[in-house]
Design a protein around this ligand. Structure first.
Ligand SMILES: [Zn+2]
Length: 252
């Protein structure tokens, strides 16, 4: 029979202790009992480990009927790859035709109703401040974007990566949503769709006032999407659908 090696030997009566051969007694004394965990500590720890294991097991069974997968302790959680992006541009669906409203004099440029109304109010406010803001582009269909992306890419002999830095691939333009708009300064048309637009009175006015009308710059300098800075391209984020359109897919 094995001799007890933990606290139990403490409980040996003096007589049974005396009955042990001397060599065994010395061994016992040489390994101080006080430095070993008391038996109740070991039992309590085992009970806690068992209980936690039981709870986790039950939860796993409740959440998923598939077998419990053991994750190695050093495994780090990494987010799933974002398959919703192509060359830095998110996927967008076309706005329904019936929700589009004209914002240009000739009726050719349209935005989704909420954005169109906010834009009209914004332009009037700018005009009252002596600033001329004009629209260059609004809603664009996926078909139109196809031409813009591939035909211009071919004309300029650009790689898809270079093209995507300045134009979204079809199906991935914010313009499909009817919430995005390209604006220019009516007094300085030479800066249309150019980084120089940031030096115009129109841009400076937008920087200070656009948020009031729920417009924000989509591609500011050093944006996380890696798209070239576009001071002329703004998007409407003033209702539930527009917010969800722009932020849901990117986990914000
Ligand atoms: Zn644009």
């Amino acid at each position: 029979m094995n001799l007890p090696t933990t606290g139990k030997s403490k409980k040996l009566s003096a007589s049974s202790f005396d009955d042990l051969p001397e060599a065994v007694r010395e061994t016992d004394v040489a390994s101080p009992i006080s430095k070993r965990p008391a038996r109740w500590v070991v039992v309590a720890a085992a009970a806690i480990v068992g209980l936690v294991g039981l709870i986790l097991g039950i939860r796993a069974l409740q959440n998923n009927s598939s077998p419990i997968v053991t994750v190695p302790p050093n495994a780090t959680a990494s987010p799933p790859p974002n398959t919703d992006r192509v060359l830095g541009h998110y996927t967008y669906t076309e706005a329904p035709e019936k929700e589009l409203e004209s914002i240009s004099a000739d009726g050719g440029i349209k935005l989704r109703t909420a954005a169109a109304r906010a834009y009209t109010a914004m332009v009037a406010a700018a005009q009252a401040d002596g600033v001329s803001i004009g629209v260059l582009s609004g809603f664009r269909s996926i078909k139109e974007q196809e031409g813009l992306f591939f035909e211009v890419k071919q004309e300029r002999s650009q790689s898809v990566t270079d093209r995507a830095n300045v134009s979204a691939p079809p199906g991935h333009s914010e313009h499909h949503t009817g919430y995005a708009i390209d604006m220019g300064d009516g007094n300085v048309p030479a800066t249309n769709l150019s980084p120089d637009f940031e030096n115009t009175a129109a841009f400076k006015w937008l920087e200070s006032n656009a948020a009031k009308y729920s417009f924000e710059l989509s591609f500011p300098k050093n944006n996380i999407q890696g798209v070239t800075y576009e001071p002329w391209h703004w998007r409407f984020v003033g209702d539930r659908t527009s917010l969800e359109t722009f932020f849901k897919a990117r986990g914000k």
